[in-house]
Write a protein that binds this ligand. Structure first.
Ligand code: ACO
Length: 321
């Protein structure tokens, strides 16, 4: 099918915020956060813009792929937290990176955004419209949080991850799904200042999340999505070299790992350093494992994402670098 991943990149803001830092402004503790989530610290934008780290991740991915900006036909940016409402992050990236890209789109599918962007790219490859695509996932969730709400403020971090896709046979299967349920998890937009508004866009709370509801959804969605992808492709869990899952909670990652009886090294994680970076979490992790030399040619890798929507995305790839 359509493409293979020829390069990866990532970029994180320089400002680290530890659990102890949060304990000074919220009624929480390092012990509670690490035991319930696995997170020790996260990165938060301070002097940088989201475009700064998104562009650095994109540049790193192009360097890793040995591709020049002039060769990119399409740029997709997965984000729910761009620097502007408009222009889109993908337009800003086209300008900053000096791309020729003819097709330029943002994808807002929250934490599942990377897999949804890969799905969009595959359609353009299959239609013969593109030879090289840059996918950048960049999130500044710190701007959207209620920093007085300990149940959500401790979970998220900012960051960017990117991949270059080239025409080839690395994509073996890809499935996306949405359940259309905004009650369990949503982040409100900016309150309307229209003199004609009758409270339609009134914002009571920035992040509305039923933590346990999302947790229960995530555990069963990840287990079902992984089993379906493995069985549908005539594989067993042992045939998969690496499972790269959305980094939302180590308890969610571990429950999937135990369900499939797999060793820890096959379910890598970096949530302890970066928290939940939404759509950027899988490409940042992919960049880490790629650069650490852990991926070998022909390795089968499953990407598994879930997030607001409620949405899920699963993708089976064969590593071809
Ligand atoms: N520090 C200390 N205590 C806290 C904190 C905190 N930061 N947050 C909540 N508590 C308290 C609660 O008030 C509650 O106290 P109570 O028993 O006195 O009422 C107690 O801890 C237990 O709260 P729960 O919500 O039941 O804790 P739980 O074990 O479910 O963990 C968590 C909460 C970490 C949010 C978990 O449910 C989770 O990870 N859910 C998934 C969330 C997620 O992944 N969201 C992002 C989705 S991605 C996207 O698309 C944006």
């Amino acid at each position: 099918m359509s493409f293979y991943i020829s390069g990866t990149g990532s970029s994180l803001p320089k400002k680290k915020v530890t659990n102890d830092d949060l304990s000074k402004i919220l009624d929480t503790s390092d012990e509670w956060i690490t035991s319930r989530t696995g997170i020790s610290e996260r990165r938060v934008l301070s002097s940088e813009t989201l475009l700064d780290i998104a562009a650095e991740a994109g540049r790193n991915a192009m360097e890793n792929a040995g591709t020049s900006p002039a060769d990119i036909d399409m740029i997709l940016c997965a984000t729910l937290s761009g620097d502007f409402v408009t222009p889109s992050m993908s337009c800003l990236l086209k300008d900053r990176l000096g791309l020729n890209a003819k097709y330029v789109y943002d994808v807002n599918m929250a934490c599942s955004g990377f897999v949804f962007a890969l799905e969009m790219a595959s359609v353009y490859f299959d239609a013969g419209k593109v030879n090289r695509v840059l996918v950048v996932c960049a999130e500044a969730i710190s701007r959207l949080l209620d920093w007085n709400d300990r149940s959500s403020a401790i979970l998220f971090g900012d960051g960017a991850g990117a991949v270059v896709l080239e025409k080839g046979d690395g994509l073996k299967d890809l499935v996306v799904n949405t359940k259309a349920d905004s009650a369990v998890l949503h982040i409100s937009g900016v309150e309307s200042n229209s003199p004609f508004s009758e409270g339609y866009a009134k914002v009571d709370k920035r992040v509305v999340m039923d933590g346990q509801g999302v947790f229960i959804f995530a555990v069963s969605a990840i287990t079902d999505g992984l089993s379906t992808m493995i069985e549908k492709n005539g594989l067993t869990p042992d045939d998969i070299s690496m499972y790269l899952l959305h980094q939302a909670n180590t308890r969610i990652i571990n429950s999937a790992r135990k369900r499939f009886g797999q060793p820890e090294e096959k379910f890598p994680h970096n949530i302890e350093k970066y928290g939940n970076t939404s759509s950027a979490s899988i490409p940042i992790l992919l960049d880490e494992v790629n650069r650490s030399g852990k991926l070998k040619k022909n390795d089968k890798i499953i990407l598994g994402a879930f997030g607001a929507g409620l949405s899920t995305g699963f993708c089976l790839i064969e590593w071809q670098k």
